[in-house]
Design a binder for this molecule. Structure first.
Ligand code: MN
Length: 129
């Protein structure tokens, strides 16, 4: 199974959030790639192809919405599901998130059960398409 792990790219500039998500996903058998800005994420995507991307919205250099728009405009990357990591301040804003090209969202503070559900749901959608 070692080579068949689901690859998740985490784009997050907050160190603690990144560690938290990494721990949750590693524990559940996912393989993790990390970027701390939108530009770094785009650079990584030229060399690696994750199965799913978790995207923070507020990032240095390039925000998560812009990075996602670029990812979704690229033929080789547009089928990769992108889930927004949204702050609790954005409660009620989730519909707007989905209109910006994201495939879903996970609200912060991140709960493991909800994170895993959101990932599974997005990957199932892709497989069924
Ligand atoms: Mn951030």
């Amino acid at each position: 199974m070692q080579g068949n792990k689901i690859k998740v790219l985490i784009v997050e500039d907050n160190h603690m959030n990144k560690i938290l998500v990494r721990e949750m996903l590693t524990l559940n058998g996912y393989e993790i790639f990390e970027a701390k800005s939108g530009t770094e994420a785009l650079k990584m995507l030229t060399a690696a192809r994750p199965d799913i991307i978790l995207m923070d919205l507020h990032l240095p250099e390039m925000d998560g919405i812009t990075a996602t728009r670029i990812i979704k405009s690229e033929e080789r990357n547009k089928s990769i599901p992108v889930l927004a990591l949204t702050a609790s301040a954005m409660k009620g804003e989730e519909d707007k998130i989905l209109n910006k090209g994201f495939d879903g969202y996970v609200a912060k503070p991140i709960e493991m059960k909800k994170l895993l559900e959101a990932i599974t749901q997005s990957l199932t959608k892709v497989a069924g398409a």
